[in-house]
Design a protein around this ligand. Structure first.
Ligand SMILES: Cc1cc2nc3c(=O)[nH]c(=O)nc-3n(C[C@H](O)[C@H](O)[C@H](O)COP(=O)(O)O)c2cc1C
Length: 185
């Protein structure tokens, strides 16, 4: 089996991440992989925001603030979780879908293209010797969070990618049978 095929078959998300994260030159290469996401009509319906270093603390404060706007009764544990969420990895990449009206490309296809870009980032990060995980949650769908991050009304978060170095052993991969998912018609 080719190394690339084996790599694709064994990609594994990493819920626990630590430093180092990919550096600037490595991120440039990773983003170049994202720019090869399939894209109907060449709309380029995505962009990417990076959050690293102290900005993660600022982002945590924003997440806590927006949590309290969604749920003023949020308890201390929920507030602390929001505040600390961005510290789970040294680098966050927010994948933004940029949606527009198009006669042939419904917004679903534009969201899917952004999802492909997100997957390309995860794969390219892993190919570069790092690890990551795609997360969303209520904050990712909160318009207050999006606005504070500078997203326009036609933009959405499709994923918050946590990137860094795997902390601990990789989780075992499930033993799935393609026959449960594939049939001929
Ligand atoms: C759109 C999307 C959103 C996700 N959001 C979360 C999330 O908020 N929290 C989480 O723990 N996993 C989330 N996941 C799942 C993880 O990214 C990952 O797929 C899961 O832990 C299984 O690991 P694996 O990808 O290595 O099989 C999400 C996945 C996708 C595709």
């Amino acid at each position: 089996m080719s190394d690339i095929l084996n790599f694709l078959q064994t990609r594994n998300s990493a819920p626990r991440l630590t430093a180092p994260a990919p550096g600037p030159a490595e991120m440039e290469a990773i983003f170049r992989a994202a720019l090869r996401a399939p894209d109907h009509a060449w709309l380029r319906p995505w962009r990417f925001l990076t959050i690293a270093g102290d900005r993660r603390q600022d982002f945590g404060r924003l997440l806590e603030e927006c949590l309290l706007m969604r749920d003023p009764a949020a308890d201390d544990a929920a507030r602390a979780k929001a505040l600390k969420a961005p510290l789970r990895a040294p680098l966050l990449v927010i994948v933004v879908a940029r949606l527009s009206e198009h006669p042939k490309v419904p917004v679903l296809e534009q969201r899917l293209s952004a999802g492909c870009a997100a997957q390309a980032i995860l794969l390219a990060a892993e190919a570069s010797g790092y690890a990551g995980i795609w997360r969303t949650g209520d904050a990712a769908f909160d318009r207050n969070v999006m606005t504070a991050l500078g997203l326009a009304a036609h933009e959405e978060i499709v994923g918050i990618l946590y990137l860094g170095t795997r902390d601990g052993a990789a989780k075992p991969l499930p033993d799935l049978d393609t026959g449960d998912f594939v049939s001929s018609w």
